[in-house]
Design a protein around this ligand. Sequence first.
Ligand code: DC
Length: 206
Amino acid sequence: MIIAVDGPTASGKGTIAKALAAHFGLAYLDTGLLYRAVGRQVQLSGGDPDNPVHALAACDFPDELLEDEALRSEEVGGLASRVSIHPDVRAALFERQRAFAQQPGGALLDGRDIGTIIAPDADVKLFITASVQARAQRRWMEMQGREIDIPLTEIEQDVVARDDRDINRKDAPLRAAADALVIDTTSLGKEQAIQAAIDAVKSALS
Ligand code: DC
């Protein structure tokens, strides 16, 4: 079984995806981490994330980079969004994601284009979304917890900029697959959102 979970930044898709993978006993891949590793590798090598040649060269990042704590930062998230625009980068990361999706025990992948490009054949497709304000607020709370003090308005601007780049890029833009079940988590707490996703998967499978 393949489950595809897509959605914009800070929609709660990562939390939901991890919980679903554990619940249904599936291997889990956070595909955003691959793009973050490419963005981080460009940064480490002093390249320009907007340059397609530099970004493609960074797709050869060493696997240990996936463990780098810096990958979780807002800055690297922004770099990931920039390198993800280049079609050559998307093509270079395609096989790895496709192979993961097709492993014998089944898999759950989360990202932006799982239901549309990586696994259009997924058994269940979820699209997790929430208002810009709710997503910015969650990210702000999470950062406060990590003692990173950034004004909420700055985070809101970052969320809007990231949405704009992810939705409007030409290659594999962020959008819900026609057959995806949309879950809006704006007014849901974490446990409610997870339960809504489990229920949606069960109903899609029955
Ligand atoms: O999910 P995330 O915030 O870790 O993703 C970081 C960026 O990577 C996101 O802004 C766009 C890109 N990305 C993508 O283009 N396709 C994916 N399947 C996953 C992430």
